[in-house]
Design a protein around this ligand. Structure first.
Ligand code: IMP
Ligand code: MG
Length: 183
């Protein structure tokens, strides 16, 4: 039996499982303090944010509603196509609700901008944007999220939900993918 492992494709580990868990716990505490009495709707941006989202929900010490949305801007490549497409909408109405958009990573900022506009049009009471990772050098400051797990350099990273062509999502850490794996 040939088992395909990812270790040889990872140039360097940026954040270990332990470092990730500690930071997610901090963000959960911060969000609970901010919205704990409001029963916020946490919106998971599929599929990349899924691991972060589930861990974050578990770290929230208050009542929450969970909902899922799916958009695509990358297709199967490592470069954004520049066009965001809605693939799956939320199941529930968010009018008058306190919404938290949970993303995996902000690169150009286009996806989060699109999502914020889309959901703002439904007149929620508030929107808080959260991204686990942020390539701060790749976008304008105005596109920064309200809460960010870690700022990272402009490298293509995988693991903890992040993929390249749907591979590597299940790695428990965040690692930089060797350029020869996507060039
Ligand atoms: P943006 O619209 O350019 O900000 O890109 C955001 C989306 O692109 C994220 O939701 C990710 O799915 C994907 N993405 C951006 N950078 C990376 C990366 O380094 N690794 C994996 N996916 C990425
Ligand atoms: Mg992706």
């Amino acid at each position: 039996m040939l088992i395909r492992t990812a270790e040889q494709d990872i140039e360097r580990v940026l954040y270990t499982e332990k470092a990730i868990a500690a930071r997610v716990e901090e963000i959960g505490t911060q969000l609970t303090k901010k919205l704990g009495d409001k029963r916020p709707v946490l919106v998971c941006v599929l599929k990349g944010a899924s691991f972060f989202y589930i861990d974050l929900c578990r770290c929230m010490n208050c009542a929450i509603d969970m909902d899922f949305i799916s958009v695509s801007s990358y297709g199967a490549g490592a470069q954004s196509t520049g066009v965001v497409r809605l693939i799956k909408d939320l199941d529930n109405n968010i009018t008058g609700r306190d919404v938290v958009i949970v993303e995996d990573i902000i690169d150009s900022g286009l996806t989060m901008h699109y999502l914020k506009e889309l959901l703002a049009a439904r007149k929620p009471s508030s929107i808080t944007t959260v991204s686990f990772l942020d390539k701060a050098s790749c976008h304008d400051k105005s596109l920064k999220t309200d809460i960010c797990g870690f700022e990272i350099p402009d490298e293509f990273v995988v693991g903890y939900g992040l993929d390249y062509a749907n591979y590597y999502r299940n790695l428990p850490y965040i690692g930089i993918l060797r350029p020869e794996c996507y060039q």
